[in-house]
Design a protein around this ligand. Structure first.
Ligand code: ZN
Length: 138
């Protein structure tokens, strides 16, 4: 089961990688997630001449899933892929978003194009995260 999830997420994110719009950084990134009922969502980084308006593949992916009705408990796997010798980890902003929208035990597969993979999760990527509990200490 885990190998099938990993293979599916690699294929989905690899395809999304090729749809990135990254004329400025030339650094394509793809992302994908799947749900327990076999729905799949993908994202790619989308840049803009006004750099701050750009969006990472991971957030495009998970925002699209939520916009289509997916909830945190539905997601069983998440992946990100880029062209780097060592698989490139999600940036800090994406970690903050994933911390809120993914359960701690969801495996995050971080691939390069050759299929090398680091399996991690959001609790590992963002320890001591700022979350809703921090808003209640006022
Ligand atoms: Zn990011």
């Amino acid at each position: 089961m885990a190998d099938k999830i990993r293979e599916t997420l690699f294929n989905l994110s690899y395809k999304a990688y090729h749809n990135a719009y990254a004329p400025y950084s030339k650094f394509n990134v793809g992302a994908a997630l799947i749900t327990h009922d076999q729905k799949a969502f993908v994202g790619a980084n989308i840049e803009n001449a006004a750099y701050g308006s750009s969006m990472c593949a991971e957030r495009v992916c998970i925002y699209s899933a939520y916009a289509n009705g997916v909830k945190k408990d539905d997601i069983i796997g998440f992946a990100v892929i880029s062209d780097n010798k060592e698989p490139s980890m999600p940036c800090g902003a994406c970690r903050q978003v994933l911390n809120e929208l993914l359960n701690d035990d969801v495996v995050i597969y971080v691939f390069n194009l050759e299929g090398d993979c680091i399996e991690t999760n959001i609790a590992t990527l963002l320890p001591y995260a700022f979350d809703e509990t921090d808003l209640k200490n006022v």
